[in-house]
Design a protein around this ligand. Sequence first.
Ligand SMILES: C[S@@+](CC[C@H](N)C(=O)[O-])C[C@H]1O[C@@H](n2cnc3c(N)ncnc32)[C@H](O)[C@@H]1O
Length: 339
Amino acid sequence: MLAAKTELRHIEMVKQFLIKNNLLHPDLLPVKEFDSFYFPLQKRVQVPMTTVLSVKFDFPHKVKAKTADDLLKEKLSAEEFKIMPRSQEVVGNILILEIPEELRKKEKIIAEAYLQANKRLETVVKKEQMHEGVYRTRKVKILAGKMSKETVHLENGIRLKLHLEKTYFSARSAGERLRIARLVKKGENVLVMFSGAGPYPLVLAKNSRAEHICGIEINPVAHALAVENVELNCLGKKITLYDGDVREILPPIKKKFERIIMPLPKTGEEFLGLALSKIKPKGIIHLYSFLMENEFKSYESKIKELCRKEKRKVKIIRMVKCGQFSPSKFRVCWDLKVE
Ligand SMILES: C[S@@+](CC[C@H](N)C(=O)[O-])C[C@H]1O[C@@H](n2cnc3c(N)ncnc32)[C@H](O)[C@@H]1O
């Protein structure tokens, strides 16, 4: 085995040189013998302050931290391991598991494995149901760790205080929020119709040159969290939040907007007429929907029909798939330009 032998007083300098030049053996640990120190090498090269030589002894192997998959393989049968969903959602320091019915009896063991493997996690929960109701909330069950459903999530340069059951939130939409922020032009006034705990208003305020952003949210707990989050991120000058139903809050607001975001995929189109009444000429509306792939065409016709009824000319600039629920069901954003 190749090694770089050095005196104890040179250890730190030699170590830095070996790391910088990627010469250390990745799986082996150095050894101290009397007054000398031996670094295991990947290849024979000259190393300052050392003698490079072949040694007869074995270097100890590094003990690698076990991943969640390593631990799950130990605790589940091969069949059980195969049906565990591979991609999981992390919100702040809470992991949200989707556990198949067949593994219900092993859910705590599975949760402990994730907790043990990932030091950043404090709590592991599982989804108990799909998002439902007007507030689009859902129940989760704590399986392991700290008994808390509240956390602070970091996304696109902002911090969001969230409660997993009291407000809707999806960490998976972070990329989509940044996409919208990058479309916002300097000086725009933006309306977020269903603002929840504030992710869209905050990501836009932080990552765009929008003049001002309004958010409207019907769930009072989500609204209160959004107000807290605006303060937490010191973005109060750029954001105004309203608590209530857009159908009541929006009509009396005199202002019109260059851009309106409608993140209510379940029933968003029901509010398209209202959005059209508040968009400026040449403004952009981002309308979200849940659709099967074979429904894209008919939904496009539905949008056009709704706009016709409102007597507004609208061009569909693009349709973006921004989430996937099953092989053929997607969360889709329709970017609409209103004449
Ligand atoms: C899918 S969630 C999106 C929340 C947030 N924009 C986000 O991305 O995390 C939809 C939100 O719309 C709110 N909502 C539903 N109907 C509403 C209405 N008529 N007026 C205002 N908010 C509404 C719900 O309470 C929920 O918080």
